[in-house]
Design a protein around this ligand. Structure first.
Ligand code: MSP
Length: 512
């Protein structure tokens, strides 16, 4: 059986890790964990995009070799993955020989097939974006800010024949509804493809840029960064080897909206098609985290360092916030106030208090052993019905990438468990000498524990550490598969619960 293969974009080695990188990794990790819990074999790839002018310049500024600069950056980005508890199976760096080899092979193959030609180019070039520009890129007669310095140059370069595939691509995107998710993003691609495509300049003369992959058919040039970077998705899983088919085609390339058009929706499908390689099944395009409606970037000076929040509140709280607040595909505004509110109210008050309540009452009323549940009355019937509908809905919502609604429903259920405790008031039942009240007390604790178990299982992809801990605290042990675990089962009867635990300490108590 083929693995479920999922990738993130590979981050530019030039910058430092920020909230956008963190989000993309968390989102991809949540999907990867969800599929593992469904019993699938998953291969999850992330990595670093190391070549290009900017990296060369930064290394020069730092007085070190580009590769040494990238080694330092790779450590920073991998540290982010570790802090966020990202479960990637592999980490690709585009300077690795396994990647360089495949880029060269693809280039040579396309060259031999006549898909690449050499031509003279005269025109405008943006050094900042490392890209050639056309008159139509001007806004109000001027080059927009993002291009930085624009210079006029004449040089010979190699071009990849994109244009001849334009009609094929339009047809492919129109006929394959699942290729771009969410669907409204596909319309943007189709819109872009209404203008005639130019062939893609895939080389840079070495005299201008040396930090890149040499063209196998002309030693005076290196490969354009996008043509190099995109190939990571196949080089990492052994393109050309026998094992390639275990992963390829990828199920999802998870990317931000800024790199859909043209790199992932135009260059990449055409490169693959021209090389006779199957296309990935789907591009999952997420939105951007904004700060007061602006793009979060170093130059705006409002970057949020995710590491600060992770250290202060814990990785799972941070993961919860990102998944709860972002409707996948849309943009979302980042606010520290909102983060703190979610931490205190959803995690601390609703989930955290529920667990400490359950453990405390367990200790007080039944020696921390989960009792047997007695017969159902109205409150029990309601709780069980909500457990069943929540589990069904949440799994469906996860399947459709609607994690924010899935979490909303799970937390509605968690609040309903708290309500159930109040309706039954075990602290009152415990004072009664009546046999019927004793049975009801046991029923309440058993049902609370079972309901918490189901909620924790549903939260596993999003908050793996916290959910695992909760499952341990109530005596459920490790859960590695959803199968049979999201249904009401009374499987905790006789299990020993922990005595006490504070899951979400107030941030000041949690500071390292
Ligand atoms: N190196 C290219 C990708 C090559 S993939 C073959 C690149 N790198 S990046 O570091 O600039 O961005 C990495 C990912 O982070 C992209 O998918 C980008 O959309 C995403 N984000 C960067 N800033 C972001 C936000 N503020 N919010 C959400 N994601 C954003 O592009």
């Amino acid at each position: 059986m083929k693995n479920f293969y999922i990738t993130t974009a590979i981050d530019y080695a030039n910058g430092s890790p920020h909230l956008g990188h963190a989000y993309e990794k968390v989102l991809t990790d949540v999907i990867a964990r969800y599929h593992r819990l469904k019993g699938e074999r998953v291969h999850f790839l992330t990595g670093l995009d190391e070549h290009g002018q900017k990296v060369q310049q930064s290394a020069k500024k730092a007085g070190i070799a580009p590769l040494q600069f990238c080694d330092i950056q790779a450590e920073k980005f991998q540290a982010l993955c570790a802090m966020l508890n990202i479960s990637n199976d592999d980490y690709i760096r585009t300077s690795q020989p396994r990647h360089v080899k495949v880029v060269s092979e693809i280039l040579q193959m396309l060259y031999d097939k006549g898909e690449i030609y050499k031509a003279q180019y005269k025109g405008f070039y943006s050094t900042r974006q490392e890209q050639f520009l056309q008159e139509k890129d001007k806004v109000d007669g001027k080059w927009p800010e993002i291009f930085g310095d624009v210079v006029e140059i004449t040089e010979s370069n190699y071009f990849f024949k994109l244009r001849q595939y334009q009609d094929w691509l339009v047809k492919y995107i129109s006929e394959n509804e699942n290729f771009i998710f969410p669907r409204f993003r596909a319309k943007q691609v189709i819109e872009f493809l209404k203008e005639p495509l130019n062939d893609l300049c895939i080389s840079r003369p070495k005299e201008r840029l040396s930090w890149g992959i040499e063209l196998p058919f002309d030693k005076d040039y290196v490969t354009y960064v996008w043509f190099d970077a995109l190939v990571n998705y196949i080089s990492a899983v052994g393109y050309g080897s026998e094992t390639f088919g275990q992963n390829w085609p990828a199920d999802f390339h998870v990317i931000g909206k800024d790199i859909l058009v043209p790199p992932h929706s135009v260059y990449w499908p055409i490169m693959l098609h021209a090389a006779g390689i199957e296309l990935p099944k789907s591009l999952l395009v997420h939105g951007w985290w904004l700060s007061s409606g602006q793009k979060m970037s170093k130059s705006l000076g409002n970057i949020v360092n995710p590491l600060d929040l992770i250290g202060k509140f814990g990785a799972d709280a941070f993961r919860y916030f990102l998944m709860r607040e972002m409707n996948v595909g849309q943009d979302s505004d980042f606010s520290l106030d909102l983060f703190e509110t979610r931490y205190t109210s959803d995690l601390g008050n609703d989930l955290g208090n529920l667990i400490s309540r359950l453990l405390n009452m367990g200790k007080r009323y039944c020696q921390s052993i989960v009792p047997a549940a007695g017969p159902d009355e109205d409150f029990e019937v309601q709780l069980k019905a909500l457990a069943a509908s929540t589990a069904d809905e949440v799994l469906n919502l996860y399947e459709g990438m609607q994690f924010h609604i899935g979490l909303e429903k799970t937390f509605n259920f968690i609040r309903a468990i708290n309500r159930y405790a109040e309706q039954r008031a075990p602290w009152k039942l415990a004072k009664s000498q009546q046999e019927a009240d004793k049975i009801l007390l046991n029923t309440t604790l058993a049902n609370m524990a079972e309901a918490v178990r189901i909620a924790a299982v549903l939260l596993l992809p999003i908050m793996p550490t916290v959910s695992g801990k909760v499952l341990n605290l109530i005596g459920a042990g490790a859960v590695e598969n959803f199968e049979g675990r999201t249904k009401w089962s009374n499987c905790l009867e006789g299990k020993t619960m922990a005595q006490q635990e504070i899951l979400f300490p107030r941030p000041q108590e949690n500071q390292a």
